[in-house]
Design a protein around this ligand. Structure first.
Ligand code: AMP
Ligand code: GLY
Length: 428
């Protein structure tokens, strides 16, 4: 079959790398793609916001199946446009992507379906939001309702910080995304990502991971899209997974079906493992980036039948198999990230890094006169496996050290929680 992937990041490179290895695939495209993806798929310069152009390309090239990577086209209804044109698509409708596109929508669903999450209220003006924050006390979390490229959440340690965040939202710091604000209880615990493939009725558990959101070692500095991840997350035990499936994922699918917006695609639950059990922090309606890179590295066998089963409502027959090892990815970012990443610096040594056995996924790279250069904030995802998190970490950093890129940097402690556990036992 002919497949088109939408997106251009490390997540999409990992998807392209995995999908290209499927015996079911005749032709693979990616729009717009990047130089790493070009090793696995033919990149096409389509504007992802131009749904008509994507439908027209799919028709002209007999594309059988479209796999959408990022959230923005989902929230904008690209899956609906493709479905309406009779083209099979992996990813939720715009109505179902509200689980990511509106934090207030998800919190209301949690309330209606009795899904464990932090206490909250929704506001459309600052004085009421501040009064609620004052009543709850700090620490407290302030969230712009809509998509804000990962920047709309403030975990405020003081009330003053919370008030500033509330003012910023209503003063337009996040545009329309901040016209409504959710103020939410601060949850304490270990954060984990959990993924399920969904077909509207059935959810197939699809692995856990832990991301590292802060830019600096020891989880310091500003938030980023994610500086590294590993999978599986040892803290996410089979018992916790069963509880999350029962208390969080199943009622979510039920609730979405009741609203007439059955959820298809990948449901990415951001969870806090609190002392009172797992609680939902947020949903995303696509694979995590860089979590996808470690999931694809661990997945044993063909991804395509699983994505098709999600699109076609056949997941109850599907089975995902995983390699019995840990995968860990280190994000290499351009100097200045996340505020002002420097573009155009020359990257060398990827072959040397891959010769160590690692896989280097491209995120923000470009070719300039035939030379590989940085072209974004997060630029490379250096990914390796091992029997333990410590071994996977050592292998990933061996590969990182083989890359010659003076304009880049990375965290040196990806996986630290699990590595400490492996060293000192489960108590730490
Ligand atoms: P979100 O975009 O909702 O994932 O929020 C970004 C980050 O803020 C999360 O990954 C958490 O680390 C943190 N966060 C969000 N909501 C809460 C909460 N209720 N309690 C504690 N931390 C939170
Ligand atoms: N790495 C977090 C995300 O993809 O949202």
């Amino acid at each position: 079959m002919n497949i088109l992937i939408i997106g251009s990041g490390g997540r999409e490179h990992a998807l392209a790398w995995k999908i290209a290895r499927s015996p079911l695939v005749a032709k693979l495209w990616c729009a717009p793609g990047n130089p790493g993806i070009a090793q696995d798929a033919q990149c096409v310069a389509l504007d992802v916001d131009d749904h008509a152009a994507i439908v027209a390309f799919s028709r002209a090239n007999e594309v059988d199946f479209v796999v959408i990577g990022p959230e923005a086209p989902l929230v904008a209804g690209l899956a609906d446009a493709l479905s309406a044109a009779g083209i099979a698509v992996f990813g939720p409708s715009a109505a179902a992507a509200r689980l990511e596109g509106s934090k207030g929508f998800t919190k209301d669903l949690c309330a209606r379906m009795d899904i464990p999450t932090g206490a909250y209220e929704r506001f459309n003006n600052a004085p009421k939001a501040k009064a609620y924050a004052r009543r709850m006390g700090a620490p407290i979390v302030v969230k712009a309702d809509g998509l804000a490229a990962g920047k709309g959440v403030t975990v405020a340690m003081t009330l003053d910080e919370a008030f500033d965040a509330i003012d910023a939202c209503f003063e337009g710091a996040f545009g329309g995304a901040g016209a409504e604000v959710v103020v939410e209880e601060f949850l304490e615990g270990e954060e984990t990502s959990f993924f399920c493939l969904c077909d509207g009725g059935t959810a197939l558990p699809f692995g856990s991971a832990q991301d590292h959101k802060r830019v600096g070692d020891g989880d310091t500095g500003p938030n980023t899209g994610g500086m590294g991840a590993y999978s599986p997350a040892p803290a996410f035990t089979p018992g916790i997974e069963a509880q999350v499936m029962r208390e969080i994922v199943a009622p979510t699918l039920r609730g979405m079906a009741e609203l007439g917006a059955p959820f298809k695609g990948v449901l990415f639950a951001g969870l806090m493992l609190t002392k009172d059990g797992p609680k939902l922090i947020e949903y995303n309606t696509r694979f995590g980036d860089p979590e996808c890179q470690v999931l694809m590295t661990r997945l044993d066998g063909d991804l395509v039948p699983l994505l098709l089963a999600s699109a076609q409502g056949r997941l109850s027959e599907a089975l995902a198999r995983w390699k019995g090892e840990t995968a860990l990815t280190v994000v290499m970012a351009a100097e200045g990230y996340p505020a002002t990443p420097r573009k155009g610096t020359v990257i060398a040594g990827i072959d040397r890094a891959e010769a160590t056995g690692a896989k280097v996924f491209h995120a923000g790279t470009a070719l300039k006169d035939g030379v590989l250069v940085a072209n974004g904030g997060r630029v490379l995802n250096v990914t390796a496996t091992g029997k333990t998190v410590s071994q996977a970490q050592a292998a990933a950093y061996r590969a990182v050290d083989a890359i010659d890129w003076p304009g880049g940097f990375c965290r040196r402690d990806i996986g630290w929680r699990a590595v400490e556990r492996e060293k000192y036992g489960a108590a730490s």
